[in-house]
Write a protein that binds this ligand. Structure first.
Ligand SMILES: Cc1ncc(COP(=O)(O)O)c(C=O)c1O
Length: 388
């Protein structure tokens, strides 16, 4: 049986739940039909719009659905190309294809593992309609350059902000640098619904299309606001609503975003400091936070010198009850992409190298100092160093 988080004494993730979250869920159960336009959804949307400073926010069943809603509302036409990282989650590429477009994979830059504007530049074509950047681990990179690349071409910059809730760049919330963004409340994320997501946009016209698509192609949102006296079929749509139970769960955590981010930051900084000697000796490469970025601290990772070292380090940690994991398998090397999009090894060399060498270490607010020291000691011991 594959090992799960519960197999490990020190898992990779743990949700930031408190008693107040359970109370909020019970209150929602007693408070209506639990549908996707209920009181908790309304309040979550308002809180998100206020905190992030976006025009509209809509909770969705997952980050994947938020990405799909984003691509469908853009909209895309057959033959339209969207540039995205290969070093990301498969839902980004699926969302582009489901909306009728074609993903074009660009490489990342080596320090933050985020989309490299120089690689994007090489992939631009007359058919490019949008650029989707991610914020790997909650760290932003290259946003001004990507924004000016997109605006000079009249195309959209979009953000896969699944890792980035609570992060900012130059004081502006991640998820509001582009025309639209998708956040995730997956069980592993900084705020947790189990499955859940949030679509946000800074663009009124895009919001108007999205609210119709997410309500089965109807103007039901307008009806609920009292703008029309009945709702009717306006366009092809689907259901991208989040149950009010889950919205209540997310809303309860939303008020603690700053505290959750601060707790993650403290543990991230502790790793950075404790692993500095290994970095100085060239045994690992640590994350780099660009100037102006205040991350969401979603992931802590190190890069080993080679895949074999990474695999041995991850196995070493797991044998000691510590969950450690690689991350994305480059999309351009996946069977689907090589078979249908004609991609091949060598297309994104930095992605290929980082994916082979990266190992994630446990990071969550409840990670105790003693448990984090156990992780640090185990990593240090692997490289032949004694306790830090
Ligand atoms: C970068 C990134 N984008 C999108 C998603 C999709 O989010 P979800 O799992 O909520 O569908 C994930 C995965 O969790 C992710 O890591």
């Amino acid at each position: 049986m594959p090992a799960t988080s519960t197999t490990y004494a020190i898992p990779l993730h743990r949700p930031p739940f408190e008693d107040a979250d359970a109370h909020a869920v019970v209150a929602a159960l007693n408070d209506g039909l639990l549908t996707g336009d209920g009181a908790a959804n309304q309040r979550l949307a308002q809180a998100a719009q206020r905190t992030l400073g976006c025009h509209r926010a809509y909770a969705t069943p997952s980050g994947t659905h938020a990405l799909e809603l984003m691509m469908r509302a853009l909209p895309l036409a057959p033959g339209d190309e969207v540039i995205c990282p290969s070093f990301t989650f498969v839902s980004v590429a699926n969302a582009i294809i489901l909306a009728g477009g074609t993903p074009v994979f660009a490489d990342i830059e080596a320090a933050t593992l985020n989309l490299d504007p120089a690689s994007v530049q090489q992939r631009l074509s007359p058919r490019t309609r949008a650029i989707v950047t991610g914020h790997y681990g909650g760290i932003a990179f290259g946003l001004e350059t990507l924004e000016s690349l997109a605006s000079s071409r009249g195309i959209a910059l979009l953000e896969d902000a699944a890792h980035a809730l609570g992060g900012t760049y130059r004081g502006r919330a991640l998820g509001t640098w582009g025309r639209a963004a998708a956040f995730s409340f997956h069980g592993t994320k900084n705020l947790v619904a189990g499955e859940g997501g949030l679509f946000v946009t800074t663009d009124a016209a895009l919001a108007a299309r999205a609210e119709i698509i997410r309500e089965k192609g109807t103007d039901r949102s307008r009806f609920l606001r009292g703008d029309v006296d009945r709702y009717t079929w306006q366009a092809v749509g689907s259901s991208y609503l989040m149950s009010d139970v889950l919205a209540a769960l997310v809303l309860a955590q939303w008020g603690r975003i700053d505290a959750i981010t601060a707790a993650r930051r403290e543990r991230f900084d502790r790793y950075q400091q404790a692993l500095a000697p290994l970095a100085a000796a060239g045994q690992v490469t640590r994350p780099i936070v660009p100037e102006g970025c205040e991350p969401a601290y979603h992931v802590y990772f190190v890069l080993a010198d080679a895949k074999a070292t990474r695999d041995r380090l991850a196995a070493w940690l797991r044998e000691r009850g510590i969950e450690a994991s690689s991350h994305f398998v480059p999309l351009h090397l996946s069977p689907y992409a090589t078979n249908t999009l004609g991609t091949r090894p060598g297309l994104c060399p930095i992605t290929e190298s980082a994916a082979d060498r990266l190992v994630r270490l446990p990071l969550y607010p409840a990670l105790s100092p003693a448990d984090q020291q156990t992780v640090i000691d185990a990593v240090s011991a692997f490289f032949g160093r004694s306790r830090t």
